[in-house]
Design a protein around this ligand. Structure first.
Ligand code: ATP
Length: 339
């Protein structure tokens, strides 16, 4: 339905691509209007952990083949723990360039929202100077906020829990943005999302998450910065401190150990659902502060994933995803690029 050749007509205009050969045909704009006009266009895919943002980003970048993806998940920026932090595997990236995904060495310290603003800002300038479209994807709303606002104050934590109920926190979220943004918000009803997250954590364990965490384990480490904050690390550090990874045991040999293991898995599931809830809260606050988030409801598609394969879950998922997620998103992005 969507032809690449026709979509390339939507190559976004950028400040650096305006031609100097042609004389302006329009009356001079006032400075505010001209500033607005020169803003680079970016697509931003927001949503809680597990809501299908990475999948959507690659599908959009494939349909709008002049796109490049910038990761905005604060754990996925670091090199390592690919399963634990849920980085999109290389073979699913479909040849789309991904930036700030596993590029940062965590031993150099914490990658802050200011670092993200600076690095992602440079990457956006580079992408738009090549007349391509940046797609920002990831669940860390503090990173997205830091990157996009016109004026960023690193001292001010706009999502600070202590100020969450006060009106001052609302007014500290600015809707004055330094890019022209098309926000897609992947939303899934919370009961469906949390059930899906439990399933996803089990799948992460099946993919080798324990071995990954065992290799990352530092005995008696107090270090809780950067990648060591990723959900899975503190929970399994507690377990490995009691039952070191080197002690290989046969299943059923030590019920205490198995109990502790189950406890770590349960804590990861709880913390993942809590994270999703907090992320949704932050998205709602950005929306209330005037960010023009376009809600894409993926609930039915995710409900289909939870239905057993034998009842046609996978096929129903693809159809629902295409109709309720991909096509509405493509329409919104197309319109945005034509504006
Ligand atoms: P906060 O200010 O609470 O850090 P944020 O919007 O900057 O919020 P979030 O993406 O909500 O960032 O991440 C908050 C915490 O959730 C991280 O510090 C980490 O513990 C955990 N987390 C986030 N993303 C991941 C991930 N991909 N893998 C594992 N843990 C994650």
């Amino acid at each position: 339905k969507f032809h690449h050749s026709s979509l390339t007509l939507f190559i976004p205009s950028s400040s650096s691509s305006s031609s100097s050969r042609t004389k302006p045909r329009w009356p001079r704009m006032d400075s505010a209007a001209s500033r607005h006009r020169r803003k680079d266009k970016v697509v931003v895919i927001m949503g809680a952990t597990g809501s299908g943002k990475s999948r959507l980003s690659v599908e959009l970048a494939t349909l709008f083949p002049f796109s490049e993806i910038i990761n905005s998940d604060k754990m996925q920026v670091y090199r390592g723990l690919d399963i634990t932090t849920n980085k999109i595997p290389f073979h699913q990236r479909n040849g789309v360039p991904h930036h700030l995904l596993g590029d940062v060495d965590h031993s150099h310290g914490e990658f802050s929202p200011s670092d993200f603003r600076r690095h992602a800002g440079e990457i956006i300038s580079d992408i738009t100077s090549r007349r391509k479209l940046p797609i920002i994807v990831g669940g860390s709303n503090s990173f997205i906020h830091a990157l996009l606002v016109e004026r960023f104050d690193p001292e001010l934590n706009v999502f600070d829990k202590s100020s969450s109920s006060s009106s001052s926190s609302l007014s500290s979220i600015s809707s004055d943005l330094r890019y022209k943004c098309c926000f897609l918000w992947m939303d899934i009803s919370f009961p469906v999302l949390s059930e899906y997250l439990l399933k996803r954590v089990d799948e992460m364990f099946d993919s080798g998450m324990v071995d990954e965490l065992a290799q990352f384990f530092e005995p008696d480490s107090e270090n809780r910065t950067g990648l060591r904050k990723a959900i899975g690390v503190p929970e399994f550090d507690r377990f490995f401190n009691k039952y070191p990874p080197a002690d290989k045991l046969e299943e059923g040999e030590n019920p205490m150990r198995e109990g502790a293991y189950e406890e770590a898995v349960r804590a990861i599931k709880d913390n993942t659902c809590q994270l999703a809830k907090r992320q949704i809260g932050k998205i709602l606050r950005l929306k209330r502060a005037g960010w023009d988030l376009r809600r894409i409801d993926a609930t039915e598609a995710f409900r289909a994933v939870l239905t057993s394969e034998s009842r046609g879950g996978a096929g129903v998922f693809s159809d629902l995803w295409k109709n309720q997620v991909l096509e509405p998103s493509v329409k919104i992005v197309k319109r945005f690029l034509m504006e």
